[in-house]
Design a protein around this ligand. Structure first.
Ligand code: SAH
Length: 393
């Protein structure tokens, strides 16, 4: 099976059946599990694939239009392409790399989707979140999609459900973009914002995540503005510096959850690898390169990181970087002992930041009733299905 390496705006390997190869013995189509996911390919990739088959570059434009604009559900629907080409596409690629297993809705209209990855049957979750009313009280109909970047997570944050069963694998770019295509198909809505705040550590899956970002942003692709794409990280300092240099100026959110090393060490093992000084050196690189504000995510966990002295440290760090802070009351996770602080404690913490004039929100969390925090739904389903050994969950 010839393998074609293409340098588009990212590098990709496509398994292809080229006409040259077919003249001897027709190659068998790749096994279903190995067919590349079509939504993960760029216009350049398609152009190269078409060229390899002796087709015109115009065909590549038609294919991306069918995938991203007309939202074809099958290659057979791509009626402007010849039957042979449609069949070849169908044999070589998977058009829909993720499929819906189950959708849950919360009272506040947040919807959570559990998707099966067609490649190997693993499960990931994706959450669709309607915008909160604006500060001026306007209701906005903006939709945010929270996508997963990995099955499981290797970073072992002590409060998080995603890492409970360990790390299984990276998602490929098509599986990331595919979450958006399927969520829109199922909900009938149009996503305005994408946040990489689902399962996994996006910066530990750098190549696939940045490839997905390119496709989400491209005018021939999904067409979401760079400022409406946010990558959230637990604090992988070198990769933050790398992300600051990519072409698409996405936003950055950092899951801080502690403003001093002892507090952060206790709940986020990544802090031992990249302690706060190293992390903040990377954030300064980011700030010099990109002009937008960084967001700190800060989960409030009772008796762990909610002390008012920690709030003072957080305020100082926030001010030094010109960052904004999202305070999020902890969502309880089955099997974990952590809980959210009482409301008056949350408010006292919030007021410290306000006093220091750090832009700050105290989130009225969404989707609590559907286990919308990172990894919770998938954990429940995979455990029930025996995919995750019960002892690990
Ligand atoms: N690994 C990346 C992306 C995951 S984002 C990161 O850490 O940023 C998911 C966000 O949800 C993170 O800020 C994470 O810390 C937070 N989170 C995880 N478990 C949570 C819980 N039980 N309650 C509230 N937030 C949680």
């Amino acid at each position: 099976m010839p393998t074609l390496s293409i340098d588009g705006f990212f590098r990709v390997e496509i398994v292809t059946s080229s006409p040259a190869a077919t003249s001897e013995s027709p190659p068998a189509p790749p096994p279903a599990g190995e067919r590349p996911a079509a939504p993960g390919l760029s216009l350049d990739d398609w152009t190269a694939w078409m060229k390899e088959r002796g087709e015109s570059a115009y065909r590549a434009k038609q294919v991306v239009e069918w995938i991203f604009k007309k939202r074809a559900a099958a290659f057979a629907e791509m009626s402007s392409l010849g039957a042979d080409l449609r069949a070849a596409l169908d044999a070589a690629f998977r058009l829909r790399p993720v499929s819906l297993v189950k959708a849950e809705g919360a009272a506040d209209a947040t919807r959570k989707f559990l998707f099966r990855l067609e490649k190997d049957g693993r499960l990931v979750e994706t959450v669709l979140i309607p915008a909160t009313p604006g500060l001026d009280g306007d209701r906005s109909d903006r939709l945010t999609l929270c996508v997963s970047s990995q099955v499981g997570c290797a970073y072992d944050c002590k409060f998080c459900a995603s890492g409970l069963a360990g790390f299984a694998r990276n998602l490929d770019a098509g599986e990331i973009v595919g979450q958006l295509l399927e969520a829109e198909r199922v909900s009938g809505g149009r996503v305005d914002n994408v946040v990489f705040m689902g399962m996994g550590e996006p910066l530990a899956n750098f190549a696939n995540v940045t490839r997905a970002i390119g496709i989400l942003n491209a005018h021939w692709g999904v067409g979401i503005g760079a400022r409406h794409i946010t990558v959230s990280t637990s604090g992988l300092a070198p990769q933050i510096e790398k992300l600051a240099a990519i072409e698409v100026p996405v936003r950055l959110a950092v899951s801080l959850h502690g403003a001093t090393d002892p507090v952060r060490d206790r709940i986020m093992p990544v802090n031992r690898q990249y302690p706060l000084d190293r992390l903040f050196a990377a954030l300064r690189v980011w700030s010099e390169r990109r002009k937008q504000k960084i967001t700190f995510e800060y989960i409030l966990i009772d008796g762990v990181n909610d002390g008012l002295d920690e709030a003072e440290h957080l305020a100082r760090r926030g001010r030094a970087l010109g960052a904004k802070v999202n305070l999020i009351p902890y969502n309880t996770v089955e099997g974990l002992e952590w809980k959210r602080p009482p409301v008056r404690r949350q408010q006292a913490f919030f007021q410290v930041l306000q006093r220091h004039r750090v832009p700050c929100t105290l989130r009225r969390e969404k989707g609590h009733d559907i286990a919308a925090a990172c990894g919770q739904l998938r954990l429940r389903e995979e455990t029930a299905a025996g995919i995750i050994p019960p002892g690990r969950a």
